[in-house]
Design a protein around this ligand. Structure first.
Ligand SMILES: [Zn+2]
Length: 377
């Protein structure tokens, strides 16, 4: 990992970056921007490695020089990091205090989210920050000479969490010290001051493709081909979402939704109550997962109904047949309504509504969709 060839897709962007680095024209202030769970942080760190490689010809890592070896082990003293963190106590903490943990998480998951990082730091749902003190440390470190390389690189992850402290960095972003590169990695430009954005050259990093997620799950996270395939289908281009599907054995629960749909169709009261009793024994996260899979399943039914044969259906092999057989039983409007019903069920589950009563009511609603009658509340 952490070489350009390890980054999936993004061919033209990778070419652009290696050309800029190769020609010594990489901007001194840049922002890698893209949605959650994609290659942007991975690519930003790889770019930092490229900038320090001592032999880098044509913008490729030589892999042999001392800089390449150190950056490969995340120990290069001239690649500095700043990121949001949860302050411990009243003391002036800085991201360096948490650097070992942050690097360990990054190495184990280059697609990590702020949520992954914050929940590792604290179990209390606290929101991390890039504090005023951290900003002063960024400026102090950037004003120091590189330790051993020709350049020094500061990678700032998730500048969205700078909030009102952003202004403190304007000057250094406007005129970074000589031989310095500042690389910002962010997800949401709306949460970044325009004055910061206007000082950076932007590199847009696209979401990942389904096949790319599938490949990373197998190659890097060592998941089985079957699980990797199922998870990549449901991830909708978000690697973090794909990884979350492996929590609590979620992928094995896909059948639960299909079973419920069948029960709703036949509407055997006792069987439905039995299913609901069983469903209620799952944790909130698993229940949400099953409902989310439901939305995916119905979207794929729409795909089968209207584009049959024209594209790949994103369902496990055994379920394509079931989905195909259910298709004629639901109109387009009913399928749309079913997605809305499931969406609302997820919303209610998140708010801890009485799951059993609610689900019985919802099962009746779904039954009526099969009869072609849309439920009017
Ligand atoms: Zn090198």
């Amino acid at each position: 990992m952490f070489r350009l060839e390890d980054i999936k897709g993004l061919d033209s962007l990778k070419k652009e970056i290696s050309t800029l680095v190769g020609n010594g024209q990489f901007p001194h202030t840049s922002l890698f921007i893209g949605p959650e769970g994609n290659e942007k942080l991975h690519l930003a760190y790889t770019t930092a490695r490229l900038l320090l490689c001592e032999n880098g010809l044509d913008g490729a890592l030589c892999g042999q020089c001392s800089a390449c070896k150190k950056s490969g082990h995340f120990t290069h003293p001239d690649i500095l990091f700043s990121f949001p963190f949860i302050k411990k106590g009243d003391s002036d903490s800085q991201s360096n205090d948490f650097l070992m943990d942050w690097k360990a998480l990054f190495m184990s998951n280059p697609y990590m989210t702020v949520f992954d990082w914050a929940s590792q730091q604290s179990e209390e749902n606290k929101i991390p920050n890039i504090t005023a003190f951290e900003c002063s440390q960024i400026i102090r470190k950037l004003n120091m000479r590189p330790y051993e390389a020709r350049h020094k690189i500061m990678l700032i992850w998730m500048p969205e969490y700078l909030g009102k402290e952003s202004n403190r960095l304007l000057k250094i972003l406007e005129e970074p010290p000589e031989d310095t590169y500042i690389i910002l990695v962010a997800e949401d430009t709306e949460k970044i001051l325009n004055t910061i954005l206007s000082r950076c050259q932007l590199f847009h990093v696209d979401p990942m493709q389904t096949e790319e997620i599938e490949a990373v799950l197998m190659e890097f996270f060592k998941k089985s081909p079957e699980d990797a395939r199922s998870a990549s289908f449901m991830a909708r281009g978000n690697m973090a979402e794909a990884l979350s599907l492996f929590n609590e054995g979620n992928l094995e629960k896909n059948e639960e939704f299909v079973k419920w749909l069948r029960l709703c169709y036949n509407f055997n009261h006792l069987e439905i109550i039995k299913w609901i009793e069983h469903f209620a024994t799952y944790s909130k996260e698993v229940r949400k997962y099953i409902l989310k899979f439901g939305i995916h399943f119905v979207s794929e039914m729409l795909h089968i109904k209207y584009n049959y044969g024209s594209g790949k259906v994103s369902l496990p092999a055994g379920m394509i047949d079931t989905a195909t057989r259910l298709c004629p039983l639901l109109s387009f409007e009913s399928m749309e309504e079913l997605v809305r019903i499931l969406d609302r069920e997820i919303y209610l589950t998140e708010r801890n509504c009485n799951a059993k009563m609610q689900l019985l009511y919802t099962s009746g609603k779904i039954h009526r969709l099969f009869n072609g009658k849309r439920f009017v509340a």
